[in-house]
Design a binder for this molecule. Structure first.
Ligand SMILES: Cc1ncc(COP(=O)(O)O)c(C=O)c1O
Length: 402
């Protein structure tokens, strides 16, 4: 049985047994409900990080919990050598609500991107020959921690220490059409972009950017891959973020929020592209197993049935207005930006201190790119919870000494 220990004791053990890949905060969450978490000492937190854009339905949504409990008692796992009804139903749901015809399932965002990279290379090789393998991505992008996705990521801090990186990735500034056009060569096979850069600072491109990128892809026969790992599954008020830009991609990748907190990744593609994955060319033991797919079906159905998308748009608008009002009081607040409930507040001061102070006052937030506070709360967050968060932030901002 799990020991009933306080946070301090858990942290002591964590330091002893867990590899230090994360600089962890001294908080030990043990229970969650909706937008709230409780730690091992019984302290309550308002959660505006949502497991980094994972808990879109909040913690322990009853429909997700029920689906997991039911499925766990029936069949947890079986091999992808067989047909899996829950996987088929999930694929149908995703395809019928998107541009895509086929789905591939794995266990994380990085794996979904790995799958997209492999599929794009194989499709391109079969369509145009072996010389076209290069994928153009953006600086400040984030695509994962595996070797291919580290190579795809446009951030030196993610890549350093791991040379030699995988050959065949070029990085260009985000939201710069001329730079993209100039980067296309006879070796290019695809362009891979986040619709909104998350880890790179919550960067929203101009409304024309993706239309122009689509046109570059069409002129040069390149695939357009959208990494929707962070911004997909309702985060922007649309089921898929690309819908905001009205630009159809050829491939998208999903993970994080797709199964309400159970680990899953997915890659969706049009038939003509998906056909390049033939038996034996890609796979994953756990990918799309009955347990995780049942959680994903419950998550998607709840998002679609319960008005979660329109709620995210409305609540996102409220949150932006409140953050802008707050920002108006403090000269170090530079900009509030985002779509739906994918929101960043850029500061003229380091954001890390603000996050730490939030923890002390029962608020979980995080920051990206040193100076940007990121707000990715559950899509079910209420206006009262937003008001409470704003009041906490106001108290913290008032103490900032410039
Ligand atoms: C846009 C994007 N792509 C890929 C990933 C990697 O996902 P995972 O951590 O599930 O491998 C992340 C994670 O933050 C992400 O934000």
């Amino acid at each position: 049985m799990r020991e009933n220990m306080n946070s301090e004791k858990w942290i002591e053990k964590s330091d002893k047994y867990i590899m230090k890949t994360y600089g962890r905060y001294p908080i030990v969450p043990v229970r969650g409900q909706g937008s709230r978490l409780w730690d091992a000492d019984g302290r309550e937190y308002l959660d505006f990080l949502g497991g980094i854009a994972v808990n879109n339905l909040g913690h322990c949504h009853p429909r997700v919990v029920a689906a997991l409990q039911k499925q766990a008692a029936e069949l947890i796992h079986c091999s992808n050598y067989y047909h899996i009804p829950q996987q088929i139903e999930l694929a149908e749901l995703l395809c019928s609500h998107s541009f895509a015809d086929k789905a591939f399932f794995c266990n994380s965002g990085a794996e979904a991107n790995e799958a997209a990279i492999k599929l794009a290379r194989k499709y391109s090789r079969e369509t145009f020959g072996p010389e076209r393998y290069e994928i153009i991505t953006a600086t400040d992008s984030f695509h994962g921690r595996t070797m291919a996705t580290v190579s795809a990521t446009g951030q030196e801090k993610v890549q350093r220490f791991f040379d030699p990186l995988l050959h065949g990735f070029t990085h260009v500034p985000f939201n710069d059409v001329a730079a993209m056009e100039a980067a296309v060569s006879s070796r290019s096979c695809a362009i891979m972009l986040e619709p909104i850069q998350g880890e790179g600072g919550v960067n929203v491109p101009s409304s024309e950017y993706f239309r122009d990128v689509r046109s570059i892809c069409d002129r040069h026969g390149l695939l357009l891959i959208f990494d929707e790992v962070q911004v997909g599954i309702g985060r922007t008020g649309k089921l898929f973020a690309y819908e905001n830009f009205e630009v159809p991609p050829d491939i998208i990748t999903l993970a994080k929020a797709l199964a309400g907190g159970a680990p899953i990744g997915a890659m969706l593609a049009r038939d003509g592209v998906a056909a390049s994955f033939t038996p034996g060319t890609h796979g994953s033991t756990f990918g799309g197993n009955p347990l995780v797919c049942s959680a994903a079906i419950a998550t998607l159905r709840t998002i679609l049935d319960d008005g979660i998308l329109s709620a995210a748009t409305a609540t996102g608008g409220y949150l932006v207005a409140k953050l802008e009002e707050l920002g108006g009081k403090y000269p170090f607040v530079k900009e509030v930006r985002g779509i739906g409930l994918m929101i960043g507040m850029s500061l003229g001061i380091p954001a890390g201190e603000i996050v730490l102070k939030g923890h002390g006052r029962g608020l979980l937030l995080n920051f990206v790119h040193d100076t940007v506070l990121r707000f990715v709360p559950p899509l079910i967050v209420t206006r009262q919870e937003i008001d409470k968060m704003i009041a906490i932030l106001d108290g913290i901002f008032a103490e900032v000494e410039l």
